[in-house]
Design a protein around this ligand. Structure first.
Ligand code: ATP
Length: 325
């Protein structure tokens, strides 16, 4: 899916809530949308889901089945919880078994016969989550999905996200509360107020005082965002970090010997183990980005031995050495 220069405002002379958003989302991506109150996260997510239409630009190649979970489930509807889910399943041509599955999985059984308006906020949110999953979504859009959920349901969110992406769906999720650590392999966008730009970021990695900012890969021709290069691993324009191979260009962080984060020791610590993984050469850069986003340290990336060079016992094509936390 492509955000192709998307602009949006809520009224003709209102300020722009989103300006010239350019980004791509690929099947299997998890995109976490970060930003302060009022920055435009919900606006962006509603544009992604097709709930809002761009004033300028376009959202292209949206998957046909979209699951949309708004920040607040609209409970003012004349249904019981189960009745609502059955009606939504019929609309989406999903089997009745899908209703039973999600009622069971989200612990809604005791509330199945309760009118939507009488549900607690958290239970209503679960109904909102369930309706988005009745038909397997090609795009799942979650606006602050943890709000109001109990501890058990909160742990289900990352599981559900992982299942959707494993099935080839993409997930966009806004996150106010730092729950993103539970979402593996996420690409981070931050929506900045004022200019309302989108760019991929990653959780701040502490750098030693005085350590130089790392050089970062950028898409060819992409202009750097102000301040982007000062953030560890920031990758320039929206979508760059999600581009397979983006970091594997010559001179980029994915190349042999260049993978250490500044200020981090290059050897495993006493509480760590080294896990060797092999990835296709073209995906090395993306693998480095995703491993780091998942909280792992990448010690180095080494090239595959060429056939006329004696193989090391542990050598493998495009091997990336990742390290557990
Ligand atoms: N329905 C609306 N009508 C008019 N303006 C709106 C509407 N919804 C949002 N806005 C405005 O658009 C801007 C972006 O709001 P948005 O809800 O997208 O931000 P957000 O980052 O999701 O904020 P929060 O984290 O508080 O939910 C804000 O200035 C907000 O006041």
């Amino acid at each position: 899916m492509l955000f192709d220069g998307v602009w949006f405002r809520y009224a003709r002379h209102a300020p722009w809530a989103l300006r010239e958003a350019v980004a791509t989302v690929d099947p299997g991506d998890t995109v976490v949308v970060l930003g302060p109150n009022g920055a435009g996260k919900s606006t962006l997510l509603q544009l992604a889901a097709g709930v809002l239409r761009p004033v300028r630009g376009a959202v292209r190649n949206r998957p046909p089945v979209v699951g949309w979970v708004p920040e607040r489930f609209p409970a003012d509807q004349p249904f019981t919880a189960a009745g609502y889910l059955r009606a939504m399943a019929a609309l989406r041509r999903a089997p009745a078994s899908a209703v039973d599955h999600w009622i069971d999985r989200l612990g809604l059984g005791a509330h199945a016969g309760t009118p939507l308006g009488a549900l607690s906020k958290g239970t209503a949110q679960k109904v909102g989550l369930a309706q988005a999953l009745l038909a397997p979504p090609g795009l799942l859009v979650l606006d602050e999905p943890w709000e109001g959920l109990d501890a058990h349901a909160r742990t289900l969110v990352p599981q559900i996200v992982a299942e959707v992406t494993a099935a080839g769906g993409a997930v966009l999720v806004s996150d106010h509360r730092g729950e993103i650590t539970g979402l593996p392999a996420a690409v981070h966008w931050s929506v900045t107020s004022g200019a309302l730009k989108i760019r991929p970021t990653r959780p701040a990695v502490p750098r030693q005082p005085g350590a130089p900012a790392p050089s970062v890969p950028r898409q060819p021709g992409a202009a750097a965002e102000p301040g982007a290069a000062a953030e560890p691993g920031a990758a320039g324009q929206a979508g760059a970090a999600a581009e397979p191979g983006a970091a594997a260009e010559p001179g980029a962080a994915g190349q042999a010997g260049a993978a250490d984060q500044p200020g981090e020791p290059a050897r495993p610590g006493p509480d760590e183990v080294v896990v060797e993984i092999a990835v296709p050469r073209a995906e090395a850069g993306e693998a480095v980005v995703r491993l780091r986003d998942s909280g792992h340290r990448v010690l180095r990336v080494r090239q595959a031995p060429t056939p006329d060079v004696r193989q090391e016992p542990t050598g493998a094509p495009g091997a990336t050495e990742g390290e557990s936390r």
